[in-house]
Design a binder for this molecule. Sequence first.
Ligand code: HEM
Ligand SMILES: [Cu+2]
Length: 657
Amino acid sequence: MWQNIKDFAADFFVTGDPLIYGADVAIVLTMSAIVFVLTYFKKWKWLWTEWLTTVDHKRIGIMYVIASLLMLFRGGMDALLMRTQLVMPEMEFLSPEHYNEIFTTHGVIMILFMAMPLMFGLFNLVVPLQIGARDVAFPFLNSLSFWLFFAGAMLFNISFVIGGSPNAGWLAYPPLSGTMFNPGVGQDFYIWGIQISGIGSLATGINFIVTILKMRAPGMKLMKMPMFSWSVLGSCLAIILAFPILTVTLALSFIDRYFGAHFFTLDGGGNPMMYINLIWMWGHPEVYIVVLPAFGIFSEIVATFARKKLFGYKSMVFAIMAISVVSFITWAHHFFTMGSGADVNAFFAVSTMIIAIPTGVKVFNWIFTMFKGKVSFETPMLWTVLGFIPCFVVGGMTGVMLSVAPADFQFHNSYFLIAHFHQTLIGGVVFGYIAGLVYWWPKVFGFKLNEKLGKWSFWFWNIGFYVCFMPQYVVGLMGMTRRVSTYSWDSGWWGLNLVSTIGGFLMGAGFLIMVWQILHSIKFMERDTTGDPWNGRTLEWSIPSPAPMYNFARTPVVEHLDDWWEKKQRKAKGEPEKPLAPLEPIHMPKNSGIPIIMSGFWFLAGFGLVFDWLWMAIPGFLGVFACMFAHSFNYDTDYYIPVDEIERTEAAARGTV
Ligand code: HEM
Ligand SMILES: [Cu+2]
């Protein structure tokens, strides 16, 4: 009996590596600390009613941001472990097997569990406020999306202490990801972790499309909509087209692994190229899904801090939509070297290069917006103008180099590629979201982030970025391929790798300063009583910060693009303000525990399937259905906020009591 338990535990838990034991201890300690604090301060009920069951888009947004910053930490630790292994030739810090697991989890976590949720967090924090809505179109679904993401992320993350991590790269190409070469549970964690959170992402895409199309304030024609909301629309349209492909691809690879089908293996009549096409039909648009909203953020920030209308608004809208469409016909540039033939390669090379046109248009628009503006350089603007624009322009140019099919035979799977995509993902996505976070922070929490620490963090991130990734272009051209865990002394790659690792740690320092900045600001920064600390242009700045639960006491009526700015201008000229409409009771959705419970059941079902434990998976799925059932017969889903309560809240928020 005792022996059986020991055998089981030795299989079940990942053993034999001091790093992992360290992680085990850290996890247990953190969990106990959280439980202790919540119990000691009697916060369980508060946590449940105010946060875990909330359907308020602003709170869901905050939870997304917190979760994604934790994931940035995890993915960043992975990155630094890899860079430590590569710091000099013949290092024996990580074994090759462990290195494989780490680049796989790093890639998956950064894209799916860091970039996506940070993006959804910003959607939630900003879009309803920006279009003058009370919430998203489907608040319950919104909460469900968050909890599905969370369940998926947790399922994926525990793989490194329970069962073993996936190791076939972030896109899990077969046959390496099939049972023949990957018999353990790692790939199953990959499949179910991504599948569960992917369902949530698809639902978010639908939710925000409907929100943007149906819930805009009266008068806000599509062409009067702020740029960030446009970019969200473009990104969500791509989500609803791309994510079903991912769902199906993962389902097919699950069937391959679980039932021994052969969709993706040659020996049963299937074909791995089928998988590679499918995964990139999702994977390529995916990188545009995460970068488009960053373009929206930069547009808002540049206009605000240049105190000018965005130059070329219409061309900006057109560029965003063009990018989201064209991104669907470029996927094969990821396998130019896999024998598609010259015509196919030429088509995908040209379609890829075409994306440079709308992207170039946008860069010029941002620059022209600043031209003759009253530009000031607070941190959001620093991230945009000094961080993002130069970085993304260089990343875009190396992208065009990669899109030249014959040249790609040289660049393919080398460190040149690693440098290129980190340049666009860090320069575009991470810098963009940080800019957005700093910009909208006062709206969400009611105080600005400390500027001085923000600047320190900015410089560490930025200098660290160039120190880390510029040498990689060179070492790539010298022949260093991606996914190698070590190299020899006579390769001549040492110096560049050493520099690159130093850069990685500088970025790590930038992250820590950012965390410090947040903690410091929570404690010391003055409250913003204006609701409009940056002198903003769009509707979200017209309400108090943090926004009251119902967002707008009265539904705003929109006349112009940048309506709030125009209103301020008119007021400054002394034009009389329009009389306010009387307040009316506000219709609100009620909190619900079903999303979190249902996601818990999804987690059980996923975990059961990973270990092939039907006794766990079947009840898990039954639980999911029971939750759906319970929700469909729940008619008690909404309530009204009475007028006197709105009056009290508004008076308190504007400091007039
Ligand atoms: C501190 C910053 C970062 C550093 C130092 C870093 C470092 C690395 C390293 C060393 C690799 C493995 C290269 C190889 O051996 O093939 C890698 C791969 C990768 N990284 Fe990062 N990274 C960082 C941030 C990011 C971010 C922000 C993203 C995405 C938003 C990202 C996405 C990826 C992806 C998709 C891969 C490919 C994984 C694979 O080959 O399957 N990284 N990164
Ligand atoms: Cu691509």
